[in-house]
Every structure is written in structure tokens, then in C-alpha cells.
Design a protein around this ligand. Structure first.
Ligand code: URP
Ligand code: ZN
Ligand code: ZN
Length: 451
């Protein structure tokens, strides 16, 4: 047994001092005092917080995104995730045009199986909505995929409104959830054309061509479609105050079943970053783009007021040198996305330390994603019988994020120089000790999570 002695156990009912006992891949005791035996592995975690392992429900590992391959593989990405305290990712398996959904799922299993330090589940992104795809939806559900994604932007991926409505109806029938990339792609294309015509070719053209109105309009449209179909939706990577207004309007109508995700970049970084010299602004080219300080303030308040259900990263890493710099003469050729899977727990716990408590962190980064994406209570809670995914957080350590000390396989971090309060002292994945003091032990206990 692994015995974590005398920690602050972060439970939905409160924070209690006691022992947590892991037997193989499961939790067998939560709280109280455990009488250790000679062959037990006892770790004193006095003064440390014991969280259910954090879950990042939005990543893109080892993925072709239309312009390039992401820099992190499942191997490097899940190792980095675990080093930061994340024990499960939910990655976007993506159907290319001409591919069936089972083919796409097989392909993602080939990329991930046997290589992962953290657990992994898959959403399925649908790019080719045809008769075969419709016929394969139930097979996805049977294979453990209960969440799907469609896009309103990106020409190689996006579906039109009629197709989106039909996807929603299928998803309702299999009791799934549809995650949607909410940006109006037609508008984005037109605004990009206007920027380039006006001679704006640098990274600053990226946010100018994707204003918050593009997000808000798409969110509003999606909510009406979901109401028509009576299907559950997930608004991913919410980035703007205007987008939040669209969410609130839909919630006020009271008809839509909806959860809302945002990401650290939209809670911490503003659009002045696009003006960094020497093309460094390209580091922040992700969609939706970074917004104004006012948006950050509004979204942070929404997190504190319980309007946001989950915080994920949208980890989609590209190197600045050799990948993003292909767009040096035209910002529309900069691969979209940024890294974050390693740093989310530290960033969120530090930047909200005076506004949220440890139970809130567990809710937003573990319990919430487990509930929304069909993993609760197997994951997302410290409970007898739940999986032995545990993050022991040492609040006494202060350290600084840098490209030099990260495990993400990418040549920068958007959070360079950010001072973090706290670090994972121990991370267990399926009962195996995967990380000590923020460094990997070298094991790869990550398993596929059938949901
Ligand atoms: O820029 C981003 N976010 N790239 C990843 C794909 C997506 O839109 O989620
Ligand atoms: Zn997206
Ligand atoms: Zn994404």
C-alpha cells in the first residue's frame, strides 16, 4: 500500500486532516488514522494538500492542425502534465476529411497507448459529417467517447449550422456532450483578408481579425441550436466578456444544458502581448486570441462567482523557431495554439490564492471536468473505490516558471517569469508514483479512460 500520512485531504465536504491509503490502482481509505504495516510505503505529507488528481479536459497532443504537427507528443505532453499535477488529460482525437470516426480513434490510440505518464481519454472532433459518420456515433459511445467537438471556424474543420444541428441531435440521442469552437469562421476569413489588404501582416493582426463579437455571435448561435436539438453543450475556451454575456443570455432563457470552460491564458494574459518585438508576439497566436484587461477582469470574476464549470488549457504547442516563425510575413500562417498543460494548477492556484479556496481549485480542475466528461466518481474525488490518481501539493515552495525548467517539449512558455506558490510534491497515477517534487520518476502508468 501507499500511505499518505497526515495530509490536508481536499474533499467536496471540506478539508480534513488524515491519511489517504492507496491499494494498487484504487483508493481504499480516506481520512482517519491508518496503522501502517512493515511492507507499506508510508509518506509523511504533513502540511501538504492532498487533491484528487487534476484533469485537463482540453489538449491537442501529437496532432496535425492543418499547418503543422504540435510539438508535444503524448509521451512528452502527459509527462509534463503529471509534473504539474495533472493526472488525466482529455485530448481531441480529430477526424480528417475522408476518415471514419473509428479510424480516427484507432489512430489516436496508436499515438497514445503505452507512452503516457498521465491517463488519457479522447473527445472526438468531427470534420466530415456524412452518412458513415452518423452511423459511427454509437460505436464511439461504446468505445468510451461521450464527448465530441465541432468547429465554427477553421476552413478544414468547420461545419455549417444545419450540420451542427444534426450533430447535436445525434449527441442528444446517445446522451453525449458537444464541445464547440465558437468563432464565426466566415467573419474571421473576411477580417483576415481586410487586415492583409491594409498591410497588417504581423501577430497584432491576429486579435484584430478575431474580435470578441466573432466569439459572442457563435456562442449565441450555438445556444439556440442546442435549444432546438435539446442537446448538452460545452462552450470551450471562453475568452471574452462579450462571449460571457451570450452565455448569460442563454442561461437566462433557461432551456439550454450547458457547461462553460475557460483557460489560464484568458485569465492572465492580455492582447498587449501581440506587440512584443522580434516576432515574439507570435507566441500568443491562439484562437480565440488574448483579449483586453477588462475581459480578464470579467472572466476572473465569473470564475469566482461559479459561472465557469471547468478550467482547462487548450494545450496545443508549437515552437516559436521553426514552426510559428513560418508566419513571419503573414500572421494567418502562424500555427494557432500555445502550451500550458504543465503549468495550469500552479498558475490558477497562485493567481486566485486570495479569491478562491482549495476546494474551489479541486472543483474547477478535477471534480468539474470529471463530472462534465463522464468520469465521476471514478475520477475527480478522493473516495473509497475511486482511481488512485492523487496530487500532493506543497504550498510552501515558491518557484518561477521558465522555458528552462519546463518539461513541455516546446521552446517557450507564455508564462515565462511567473512566480508560482506551491508545487506537486508527489503525484500518483493509477497508484504509481509518477512525480516527486515536480520531476518525473520515469514510470508510464497512464491508461486510456473509457467514459
Ligand atoms: O489556437 C488554438 N486554440 N488551437 C487549438 C485548436 C482549438 O481551436 O482548440
Ligand atoms: Zn477550439
Ligand atoms: Zn483546442
Amino acid at each position: 500500500m501507499n500511505v499518505l500520512k497526515n495530509g490536508f485531504l481536499v474533499l467536496p465536504e471540506g478539508v480534513f486532516c488524515g491519511d489517504l491509503v492507496l491499494d494498487g490502482t484504487k483508493i481504499i481509505q480516506v481520512g482517519g488514522t491508518y496503522e501502517a504495516r512493515i511492507d507499506d510505503n508510508v509518506i509523511d505529507v504533513t502540511g501538504k494538500y492532498v487533491f484528487p488528481g487534476f484533469i485537463d479536459a482540453h489538449t491537442h497532443m501529437q496532432c496535425w492542425t492543418g499547418m503543422d504537427w504540435t510539438a508535444d507528443s503524448f509521451e512528452t505532453g502527459t509527462r509534463a502534465a503529471a509534473c504539474g499535477g495533472t493526472t488525466t488529460i482529455v485530448d481531441y482525437a480529430t477526424q480528417d476529411k475522408g476518415m471514419t470516426l473509428p479510424e480516427a480513434l484507432d489512430e489516436w490510440h496508436k499515438r497514445a497507448d503505452g507512452t503516457c505518464t498521465a491517463n488519457y481519454a479522447f473527445h472526438m472532433a468531427i470534420a466530415d459529417w456524412n452518412e458513415q459518420t452518423k452511423a459511427d456515433m454509437q460505436a464511439m459511445r461504446d468505445a468510451g467517447v461521450m464527448s465530441f467537438k465541432t468547429y465554427f471556424a477553421y476552413d478544414h474543420l468547420r461545419l455549417d449550422d444545419a450540420q451542427t444541428l444534426e450533430v447535436l441531435e445525434y449527441i442528444r440521442d446517445i446522451d453525449g456532450v458537444l464541445c464547440v469552437h465558437c468563432e464565426n469562421g466566415t467573419l474571421v476569413n473576411e477580417l483576415q483578408r481586410r487586415m492583409l489588404a491594409a498591410g497588417i501582416t504581423g501577430p497584432e493582426g491576429h486579435p484584430m481579425s478575431r474580435p470578441a463579437a466573432c466569439e459572442a455571435e457563435a456562442i449565441s448561435r450555438l445556444c439556440y441550436l442546442a435549444e432546438l436539438a435539446d442537446a448538452r453543450i460545452n462552450i470551450v475556451h471562453l475568452s471574452s466578456a462579450l462571449g460571457l454575456e451570450a452565455v448569460r443570455a442563454a442561461k437566462a432563457r433557461g432551456k439550454v444544458k450547458m457547461d462553460v470552460e475557460t483557460c489560464p491564458q484568458y485569465l492572465l494574459l492580455d492582447d498587449s502581448r501581440y506587440l512584443e518585438s522580434d516576432f515574439e508576439g507570435a507566441k500568443y497566436v491562439m484562437s480565440p486570441p488574448l483579449r483586453k484587461p477588462h475581459d480578464i477582469e470579467v472572466l476572473r470574476r465569473a470564475v469566482c462567482d461559479g459561472e465557469i464549470d471547468t478550467i482547462a488549457t487548450d494545450h496545443c504547442s508549437f515552437n516559436l523557431h521553426g514552426q510559428k516563425d513560418r508566419g513571419i510575413d503573414d500572421f494567418t500562417h502562424i500555427p494557432n495554439g500555445g502550451p500550458g498543460v504543465e503549468h495550469r494548477p500552479g498558475l490558477i492556484m497562485t493567481s486566485f490564492e486570495n479569491r478562491l479556496g482549495v476546494q474551489d481549485f479541486a472543483r474547477l480542475m478535477s471534480e468539474g471536468p470529471a463530472r462534465v466528461f463522464g468520469m465521476y466518481p471514478r475520477k475527480g474525488v478522493l473516495r473509497v473505490g475511486s482511481d488512485a490518481d492523487v496530487t500532493v501539493w506543497d504550498p510552501s515552495v515558491t518557484w518561477t516558471i521558465s522555458e528552462k525548467n519546463q518539461h513541455q517539449n516546446v521552446d517557450y512558455t507564455p508564462y515565462e517569469g511567473f512566480e508560482v506558490h506551491g508545487r506537486p510534491a508527489y503525484v500518483f497515477v493509477n497508484g504509481e508514483l509518477a512525480v516527486v517534487d515536480g520531476e518525473p520518476t520515469g514510470v508510464k502508468p497512464g491508461a486510456y479512460v473509457k467514459r
